[in-house]
Ligand binder design. Structure first.
Ligand code: AMP
Length: 648
């Protein structure tokens, strides 16, 4: 028996979800579906976005609603237009095989007359934002007197956005005996008040730990100088060729600037913020959803309710002012059981904030080391090779040109042709990253970390020949020994890559090898050998691993060696006190928040009695924030270098 069928859902819905590719219910669905299908229960669910919460209420709801009637039997209220449309789409897909199902979205910024007409046709389920729904109630365009189910989705966000009175009015217009199902990512007092006022003995469900992030998210911070933030963002993008990211900024202005810079530099990016018209925002979202964009640069407010699958990275270009927002941001990745990465680009002064976030999400960050330009190139190279391998050849279109192409290339071997094809694109990255600096700010922890990986007495060399030159480790060793005259024992390790290699040698032999290779050639090619410093990256300060530049430190494994100081100061904020990053509130908040933190942990099992986190209207004050030190520093330091545009 299908697992959804076993939970009691009807056949038409089971068929639809199976077609959607849902194989098994998510943990929250396992809990809610049987409970809600009784048709006689209130529910309070603490659930993050991405846990499958829409189906957690949508599947039982669409099973319970009588679609042979035209009465509005269910109303789903949610904070944003985006989410409203998303829920509507989801419910429409669940009811694909149910005749006469009519699920209508009503939200502000679109024609109220059109929406009224759709409701008049007989909408059994209305999905609405609070303001527009209230407006329609006032104008008697919607009748809620037959409502049996009221769902409040992202209740904390709705209250946070000032919809408290709208919600009270809406709920008072619905019959008292209805079932109310409330979903919220956090449980501040106002949400608890709603649950007390409008529900009777609600079933309480927690999906995951309270306030804790999704387990599938890996949190990484990169510590850079403020002036290098933008370059760090590009480096992250370049070393993840398949990135599909949301980049969070704090202000509308910053959001637009970062997006503009990325576009200028050849990335598929665009901005989403409150200064754009609704039509512009829809356009951007359409492009992002269809993956015409790889990076969506957004403010917290504009990104609310964004529900796009397979986001690989959430990038905090700046940490949010309100730390609860970090969880909201990172929840945009790792949806539906997938893995995701949440990155914070910070400066050295902000490591304390990372510790505070760790307390909130109950998870450690990895202290990441930004890839070198060289490593970014390597990633691009192999991504390019994969794309060439998988490209769809349009046989009929290209056929006519093939004889001439074969003729042009007839004097080249297969290996040469491959090399040249790859190089047409790869050379641009090489040039771009030539002399690219190490962007990692040198914190004390970082230096220790790097030093611990150095191997005394060993120097790492880079050589621009590799597998493509038909060399393997042993033939490379022989070749180096032959040209330089050093004993083979002096060469301790060789790592042959496709177009280049790393050679570790005893330090006393390094200079000899470099000297003897000055004018060396291999198969008619000039051979270059350059030092990359002590093997393993001992020379932390000069660790610039670009092609052609001073290559202190080493490549290879050490970049992936995360760690750093994870203990120590975790900051004084904890539970219920205002957890804002603005200003130094530690001295007065420390004690109380420590207690708040304990309370949070104790209460995390079930009671929802946690103290309310403070929210503020982040976006309204955005223009003043752009004058903050972080904003100012960043603005003056954009690098406008163009990166090569991808051709594939
Ligand atoms: P939500 O938390 O409702 O925003 O859902 C996140 C994503 O998970 C959506 O893309 C859903 O389509 C997907 N999803 C929900 N339930 C399941 C399931 N049981 N199996 C696979 N994917 C699911």
């Amino acid at each position: 028996m299908n697992k959804f069928e076993a939970l009691g859902l009807n056949d038409a819905i089971v068929r639809a979800v199976t077609e959607l590719g849902f194989e098994a219910p998510t943990p929250i669905q396992e809990k809610t579906i049987p409970a809600l299908l009784t048709g006689n229960t209130d529910l309070v669910a603490l659930a993050q976005t991405g846990t499958g919460k829409t189906a957690a209420f949508g599947l039982p709801l669409t099973s319970l609603v009588d679609f042979t009637s035209r009465d509005t039997q269910a109303v789903i209220i949610c904070p944003t237009r985006e989410l409203c449309m998303q829920i509507t789409r989801d419910l429409q897909s669940y009811t694909k095989y149910i005749k006469d199902a009519n699920i209508v979205a009503i939200y502000g910024g679109a024609s109220i007359d059109t929406q009224s007409r759709e409701i008049k046709r007989g909408a059994q389920i209305v999905v609405a934002t609070p303001g527009r729904l209230n407006d329609m109630i006032d104008r008697r365009r919607v009748n809620l007197s037959n409502v049996r189910f009221a769902v409040l989705d992202e209740a904390d966000e709705m209250l946070n956005m000032g919809f408290k009175e709208d919600l009270d009015t809406i709920l008072s217009q619905t019959p008292e005996e209805k079932n109310t199902w409330l979903f919220s990512a956090t449980m501040p007092d106002e949400v608890l008040r709603i649950s007390k006022n409008y529900m009777t003995n609600p079933v309480e469900i927690t999906a995951g730990t309270k306030n804790s992030g999704n387990d599938n998210i890996e949190h990484i911070y990169y510590c850079v100088h403020a002036r290098d933030k933008y370059a760090a963002l590009k480096r992250i993008a370049d070393s993840n060729p398949d990135i599909f990211a949301i980049v969070f900024c704090r202000t509308r202005m910053e959001t637009q600037e970062i997006a503009d810079s990325l576009i200028k530099d050849g990335y598929g990016a665009d901005a989403l913020h409150g200064d754009l018209s609704q039509a512009q925002r829809d356009h951007v979202m359409k492009r992002y959803r269809s993956r015409s964009l790889q990076m969506l640069v957004a403010t917290d407010v504009a990104a609310r309710g964004i529900d796009v699958d397979n986001v690989t990275h959430v990038i905090n270009y700046n940490l949010p002012d309100e730390i609860e927002n970090y969880t909201h941001r990172s929840g945009r990745t790792a949806r539906a059981g997938k893995l995701g990465i949440s990155i914070a680009i910070i400066n050295m002064k902000e490591v304390g904030k990372i510790r505070i976030i760790e307390r909130i999400i109950k998870k450690k960050f990895i202290a990441g080391v930004l890839p070198t330009g060289f490593e970014a190139c390597e990633k691009q190279l192999f991504s390019l090779v994969k794309k060439i391998h998988n490209v769809e050849v349009q046989e009929s279109a290209i056929e006519q040109y093939m004889p001439k192409i074969y003729d042009e290339l007839k004097d080249l071997s297969k290996e040469d042709i491959i090399k040249r094809f790859v190089s047409t694109e790869f050379n641009r990255f090489l040039n771009y990253y030539k002399n690219a600096p190490d962007l990692n700010a040198k914190t004390g922890a970082g230096r220790e970390e790097r030093q611990s990986f150095s191997t005394p007495g060993i120097t790492k060399l880079f050589i621009n020949i590799g597998e493509m030159d038909k060399l393997d480790a042993s033939s490379m060793k022989e070749y180096i020994a032959e040209v330089s005259g050093v004993d083979m024992n002096m060469i301790t390790n060789i790592d042959v890559k496709s177009s280049f290699s790393f050679i570790e040698v005893k330090t006393e032999a390094a200079e000899i090898i470099q000297g003897t290779f000055k004018n060396a050639r291999y198969n008619d090619r000039n051979v270059r050998i350059e030092s990359r410093g002590a093997a393993g990256g001992g020379e932390g300060r000069s660790r610039e691993r670009s092609f052609g530049g001073n290559r202190g430190g080493s490549g290879g494994g050490e970049r992936r060696s995360f760690g750093g100081d994870r203990g120590g100061n975790r900051g004084g904020y904890g539970g219920g006190e205002r957890r804002s990053f603005g200003g130094d509130r530690r001295s007065s908040g420390g004690d109380r928040s420590e207690r708040g933190g304990e309370r949070r942990e104790r209460s995390s099992e079930r009671s929802f009695s946690e103290r309310k986190p403070s929210f503020s209207d982040r976006e309204r004050s955005s223009s003043s924030r752009s004058e903050s030190p972080a904003g100012g520093e960043r603005k003056s330091n954009f690098s406008r270098e163009k990166r090569p545009r991808k051709q594939f």
